[in-house]
Design a protein around this ligand. Structure first.
Ligand SMILES: [Zn+2]
Ligand SMILES: [Zn+2]
Length: 654
């Protein structure tokens, strides 16, 4: 007997391929098989029977008995692909997590889960948050909880209690974290509380570990999985809870390759698995606040801090009044606080969201900035490495002694501060202070992160100078002063989420101050002391900030009140870009359901020597924009010289 099956392959194809099977048995939906494709053997998954056949059919060469995906996972693959307009095969590839075959037995080496119960006791408000989670868990259906609480209010302890119960019942929990390089502290805490190491899943674990962990998740043996975005795609056996920690964090949005938002896809997965999802944050995303307003999510709020810790006191330094000398960025007020903290042997954090020494190298003779030859952006000086570097493409050149445009040697200088320059200033102001830079330039992996974190924990550091990396979830008991070098609205780009991101970032970095007995102090230097954002921040009035921001978005008809997408065209030839853009423009759908802006040059008009043009598409929330776009683009003959990228719910507008 010969049966034909549709087999989805982990390749850049949306449609399955037909293979024949001559075995006696019926292969079920979700069954993993081995097939040959263009002379290589690969894993595929059966997604149905078919009568369609073209030409000579190949045979399914092996059936992996006992390896079968759940129906909900197959659905998830399809829904993620459709939503993000990505071929199904690429989503399957993520689900397979690097597995190329299952021909060798894998020995599980993960640490056995113990039945444990040594969690700290909860405060009353934590207890009622836990009770809500327990109630949702008992309902065996999808629900969403926004767990909001200031830094140090014990959100983690709440969900760990729920995790503990699930582990004891033999069920799986997934916790997604944004910045995996900085998770050492949190991992230690998980291990301390639960008595074993959770299974970790992120890009820097080895292929061998990946294989072990993947199978442990698939078999259901791994009960507690902590990972980055990609952990969302693992083939869970009996997943009962998903937690998105720091749910507002923009790194949940994957911008390269398959573009998707892991937070939003986690919500989708929870709904398909019929389980609760917890979105945890001190500064929730506007999307999550909106969902609470729409009754799509329930909010629990933790208002107080643990033990004796109190909220930091926020002081605003008006830089219009307290003027700085040329080439200086630390005000007398901030300096005197730094001295005080230094004298009392505590620690400080200086925050500036700019890597390197100076963002601009400027020639006052010809009035130009040194730009990247491959991008339309200027080069950032990194003094320690002795280079100018483009932060968009990574291109770097040795530090210039003369202007690249006019050749002047005298009038070229560094403009504005980066963290390295702040460190230089500290060395002049407080020569005895021991400093460390906390940025993605000094911390590229777990090891480096651990080294620096240990140094801070062991009091080998007095002043930490960092970018947004230093704002994320770290806990240093002796850190009692945070100085924000420049808090202005353009702290993080200029798009619809600028204010939201600035607020979240300042709130987060402020939360680093004073988590133990001492009351922390936050000094914010700014030229805009009257801004509503800073007022709400220093009064601790998050709700007011969110109200105002939601209102602005509603009036502008922007997300979360509407949906956006961006189509970007890239090519080494500007003409090819323009020709394709014209073609796409000529076919803009006439439905009244979407609005299309463009084509126009992207703000980063040139990136890695490629020209960039784009369209911005907007629709109401209830419109299936993806379907309209797919139909529209199906009429386009894409030149092989042009790369087309679709970004649904964009976070980057560059
Ligand atoms: Zn560049
Ligand atoms: Zn010049």
């Amino acid at each position: 007997m010969e049966t034909l099956y549709s087999v989805l392959l982990p390749l850049r194809f949306d449609k399955p391929f037909t293979y024949k099977y001559t075995g006696e048995d019926d292969l079920s939906h979700g069954q993993l098989v081995k097939v040959s494709f263009r002379s290589t053997e690969i894993i595929g998954v059966i997604i149905g029977k078919t009568n369609e056949s073209h030409g000579k059919l190949k045979e399914i060469s092996k059936v992996y008995r006992g390896l079968k995906f759940e129906e909900s996972l197959i659905k998830f693959i399809g829904r993620v692909a459709d939503y993000n307009m990505v071929p199904r095969g690429l989503i399957l590839k993520m689900v397979l997590g690097g597995n190329k075959h299952f021909d060798k037995e894998v020995k599980f080496e993960i640490e056995a889960h113990k039945t444990i119960s040594n969690l700290v006791s909860l405060r009353e408000e934590q207890q009622s948050a836990l009770e809500l989670i327990q109630e949702k868990l008992s309902q065996n259906q999808y629900s969403s909880i926004l767990l909001e609480g200031i830094t140090g209010s014990g959100k983690t302890e709440v969900y760990l209690k729920a995790v503990e119960e699930l582990i004891n019942q033999g069920k799986q929990t997934l916790v997604l974290l944004p910045e995996i390089v900085l998770t050492t502290q949190l991992m230690q805490r998980f291990e301390e509380r639960l008595g074993f190491k959770p299974v970790q899943w992120h890009s820097s674990i080895s292929p061998k570990e990946k294989k072990i962990y993947w199978e442990a998740v698939f078999s259901g043996k791994a009960k507690f999985i902590v990972g980055a975005r990609s952990a969302l795609f693992l083939p869970y056996r009996n997943l009962k809870l998903i937690v998105i920690d720091e749910e507002h964090d923009q790194s949940y949005k994957q911008e390269e390759g398959v573009i998707y938002n892991a937070r939003d896809m986690a919500i989708l997965r929870a709904s398909l698995e019929k389980v609760p999802i917890i979105l945890s944050s001190a500064t929730p995303s506007l999307e999550s606040i909106y969902n609470v307003k729409q009754n799509k999510s329930e909010k629990v709020y933790l208002s107080s801090r643990h033990g004796t810790a109190t909220l930091p006191e926020i002081k605003i330094v008006d830089l219009n009044k307290e003027q700085l000398n040329k080439g200086e960025w630390i005000s007398p007020t901030l300096k005197s606080h730094l001295e005080e903290i230094l004298a009392s042997k505590q620690q400080s954090l200086l925050f500036l969201n700019r890597r390197g020494y100076a963002p601009i190298t400027y020639c006052s003779n010809c009035k130009t900035k040194v730009e990247c030859p491959d991008c339309n952006f200027w080069m950032v000086e990194h003094k320690k490495k002795g280079v100018l570097q483009c932060h968009y493409c990574g291109y770097s050149i040795e530090k210039v002694q003369k202007c690249t445009t006019c050749g002047s040697t005298e009038k070229v200088f560094a403009l504005g501060p980066g963290v390295e320059r702040i460190e230089e200033e500290i060395k002049k102001l407080l020569p005895d202070a021991r400093t460390v830079l906390f940025t993605s330039d000094t911390i590229e992996n777990h090891k480096e992160a651990e080294k620096i974190i240990d140094a801070i924990m062991n009091n080998e550091v007095d002043i930490v100078i960092g970018t947004q990396m230093a704002a994320k979830g770290l806990h240093f008991p002796k850190l009692n002063l945070v100085g924000i070098i420049e808090a202005d609205k353009n702290l993080v780009g200029g798009d619809i989420r600028t204010l939201e991101r600035t607020y979240q970032l300042l709130h987060q970095v402020s939360g680093r101050a004073g988590r133990e007995a001492e009351k922390g102090v936050v000094i914010i230097q700014t030229y805009e002391p009257e801004s509503a954002l800073l007022k709400n921040l220093s009064n601790g009035n998050s709700e007011k900030f969110y109200e105002a921001e939601l209102n602005d978005r509603m009036e502008a008809d922007m997300p979360p009140y509407s949906k956006l997408a961006i189509i970007t065209l890239q090519s080494i030839s500007e003409q090819a870009c323009l020709d394709t853009a014209d073609q796409i423009a000529a076919h803009i759908p006439e439905t009244g359901n979407i609005t299309v802006l463009g084509p126009s040059p992207a703000p980063i008009f040139m990136l890695r020597k490629r020209y960039r043009y784009r369209f911005i598409i907007k629709s109401a929330k209830n419109i299936n924009m993806q379907k309209i776009i797919a139909h529209w683009l199906s009429k386009i003959n894409l030149s092989p010289r042009v790369k087309l990228k679709i970004d649904i719910d964009p976070y980057s507008f560059l």
